[in-house]
Design a protein around this ligand. Sequence first.
Ligand code: SAM
Length: 383
Amino acid sequence: MSSNRSESFFASAPRGLEALLADELRALGAQDVAAAPGGVSFSGSWETCYAANFHSRIASRVLWRIGAFGYANEEDVYAAARAIHWEQHFPVDRTLRVNLTAIKSPLKSLDFTTLRVKDAVCDRFRDAVGSRPDIERLAPDVRVHCFLEHAKGTFYLDTSGEPLFKRGWRHAAVEAPLRENLAAGIIRLTGWKFDEPLFDPMCGGGTLLIEAAAMALNEPPGAGRNFAFEKLLSFDLKSWNRVRDGRPPRNKLRPALFGSDIAQKAVESSKKNLMAAGFFDLVKLQRADILKVEAPAPAGVMVANPPYGERLADADAMAAFYPQLGNALKARFAGWRCHFFTADLRMAKMIRLSPSRRVPLFNGALDCRLFEFVVVAGSNRKP
Ligand SMILES: C[S@@+](CC[C@H](N)C(=O)[O-])C[C@H]1O[C@@H](n2cnc3c(N)ncnc32)[C@H](O)[C@@H]1O
C-alpha cells in the first residue's frame, strides 16, 4: 500500500481536550482536522498517523477508518463486517479483539452485536485464507473498533495498541493517578512557560511533573513503546523510521520543577516514576503538607489534583480543607497562578478565592473542572 495515499483517522481524547488535540494534529501535518465530542477526525498519510501516535501527548488512541455502513439490525452489522477485506489489513496469525461502542443505537444487545462482528471477521478470514485469527482479550495484536450511531456505523482498525497514555514509565502505583494524556492537557491549559517554576504540591505518582518535564525537554511521549500499526499489513518501515529518526533533539533547558506530597509513599512513587522516565534529576521532591509548604520560588505555576471526596466522610474533610487551602495560598503563594483539577465542583466556592478561569474537563465519565486562582497579595479574597 502506498504510504502517501491519504487515509481517514479518528484520534480519541479525554473530553474537554479536543481543541488541544486538534492543534497538535495540525502541527503534525494532519489535514481536514475536525474536533468532535471525545476526539478529532483527520486525514493524512500513514506517516502522519505514525507521527500522531509517536508525538501526540493528548490522544488516547488513533483509529484508522476502514468502512461505513447503514444498519437496522444485528445481521446488517454482520453483513457489513463480512464485506470488509480484513485479510488485506492484517495476517491471520495476529490475535484479535473486537470493541464496540454505541450512541443511540436501537440494537438490544451490544454484547451480541460485538460477537456478530467477531464472527464476521473470522468468517471472512475462513473464506479468504482457510483459517481464522485467535481471539485475545487482554493483549491483542489487532483491535477492530465498531462504532454505532442511530442508523449508521463505522469500522476502524486501531493503530495504537495499548492506549497512548501508557508511555512506558509508570512503575510505582498510587491511588487515583491521572492518566498521562489528561495530565499533559492540564499542563497545557495552565499556559505554563518552560522558563517558569512549576510546582505540584499533591504530586502522588508524579504524573503532572513527568508530563511537564517531557514537554519542556521535547521528549516524544511514544519514544519508549510499540504501536499496533507495526502489526498491520500496511506497515511501512521506511515511513516509521523517518518519524522515529526525525524526532527533534532534546531541549537543553532545565525547567525548574518542584513536587511534594503529604504521604511519604507518594513521594517515593514519584521518585520511582521520575527515575523510570529519566527526569529524576530535574525535580526537587519533598514530603510536605500543602497547608504548610513554602513556595519554592517567588512566582510560578502551581498545578495539583487534590483527592476527590466521593465518600461522605471524605467530602466533609474536603469541605473543611478548602478554606484552609485558600488561607495557605494567600499567605505563601502571592505571585503564583494556582491550578486545581478536581471533580469536586464545590471547591471554587469553599476555597473563598475567586477563580480566574474554570475549564470543564472529563476524567473518564466524571465531570471535572480545572480551576485557576491568580493569587495576588491582599486582594481577591471573598468576604
Ligand atoms: C488524587 S492524588 C494525586 C494523583 C497525582 N496527580 C498522580 O497523577 O499520581 C492526591 C494526592 O494528594 C495528596 N494529599 C492529600 N492531602 C494533602 C495535603 N494536605 N498536602 C499535600 N498532599 C496531600 C495525597 O497523598 C495524594 O497523593
